[in-house]
Design a protein around this ligand. Sequence first.
Ligand SMILES: [Ca+2]
Ligand SMILES: [Ca+2]
Length: 586
Amino acid sequence: MPAVSKFFKSLFFVSVAFVPTLSAQNPNAGVQVNQVGFYPGGRKIAIISGDKNAAFTVKEASSGKVVFKGKSGEPVTNPYSGKKTQTADFSDFKKAGKFYIEVNTNSKSPVFEIKDRVHKEAALASLKGFYYQRVSTDLPEKYAGKWARPAGHPDDKILIHASAVSAGRPENTVIRSPRGWYDAGDYNKYIVNSGITMGTLLSLYEDFPAYFEDFNTNIPESTNAVPDLLDEVIWNLRWMLTMQDTEDGGVYHKLTNPRFDGMIMPDAARNPRYVVQKGTAATLDFVAVMAQSARILRNFNAQLPGLADSCSVAAVKGWQWAKKNPTIMYDQNELNKQFDPDIVTGAYGDKNVSDEWIWAAAEMYALTKKPEYLNTISLETERAMPLPTWSQVKALGYYTLLRFADELKMESKLSSDLKKSVLNFSDDLIQDYEKQPYHTVMGKSEKDYSWGSSSVAANQGIALLYAYKLTKDAKYVNAALENLDYLLGRNATGYSFLTGFGSKQVMHPHHRPSIADGIAEPVPGLLSGGPNPGQQDKCTTYTSKFADESFTDDDCSYASNEIAINWNAPMVYLAAALEAIMSKSK
Ligand SMILES: [Ca+2]
Ligand SMILES: [Ca+2]
């Protein structure tokens, strides 16, 4: 942590001794809200710390005039910290403007805005976050503002690692593998994590295509005739295409340095990079992404001649490789026993690929309309679906099958089983969520506070929006919106987890360019990982061990404050989808 924050911290503790206010006794006390704001017609909740708050008021920010009076809800005891909170519901107040909540005259919320399209900026910025992660290209000031930087990692001389050889590509063969996005706070590129990231962004496009006709992120491709969401995805897609071994169709697990780079800018990082071992998980994720891309991009053949066909051919070749190699797992420790140099970057090892088979088969079926793809797998729809993560992608297959159920003339038992699996999951999520200390689905289970917990909140929100799509029941939209409220400040840390947004912002993410660029503000539009009681980074600046408070805005904290493409993608989905839904339902 920089010395300057330590200085402010000591000032804070001095003030505690002299002015014992409610907020001084508890750094998270006060009134928590979504610090960006609310839709005029949407649900509006604030959370008040303590258990003795009978009433609250909404005041106009400019004048302090009372515009709404409400009663606080019954106190709730937080299962993790034992702290008490009360809900302030001001959904009935629908006027546009800037406001704050006041309780007992000594406790105020941050100022927030009520307006139409209140989350459009967050949706745009979180997609633009991917532009800032682009590999092998300059980011000029015209697009990147003060975060402009020279190109890093041309990736035009990548070595075949000893673990990845094939007949035509012996060890140390040089291949080109440019473009893509930096995966996270580090500079490597991992196919498995690209899989769920691309699937989430491509699904967002397929679910709301009209919304992206007017969604300009100010990138070099903003003037072409392709939606910027797809332009951004294509930057990574063209990299992924280079990760397939042209000899046999298998896909390399990752493109990486042997060890992580230091805390330096991309253009200062010059270590040799390798592609390592082809594997079943990487290949199936690749197949799913290529099939979905082919389906979408064939509508853009005039603008992108041949790209959809290339994706389609790559998908079929990958599928054939996986059929011949169904159980090649990536085990970095084993790999390092057999081959040199040792690879010690992110492993993304996945020991169960039954879900990758489901996702790839679903995408291939939706692309080709050949039901035999589904015959090769067991969908296991009898249970509530699992929440998507990089190692568990079954639900991405379910979402796609449901999206195309009519077009595919899917048998009604299958589509109703899939529907049940998605709805059972969402109904479990929303059960009694109003009784939670922050009035959110997020955090009902302690397991929600895992590594990258912000992506859990975002992916729960996406699942709820699929439930809404299937039922048109607004309760699911309300709950999804409240998980966005969580991400933008209504949580036990009081932070807004999207860089550049909110009144209590994340300033020190574990993100190499943000650390090394000499600019005070971090790169904007990146979603911090969020509370993680594992605290695996052993940073000394955590102030709490409680699950929902285990967060430190410190760049040492890769366990609670890193950023990652697979966390940003569901943030883009949730914010943009809610924009599309809320502006339509007006
Ligand atoms: Ca464009
Ligand atoms: Ca898996």
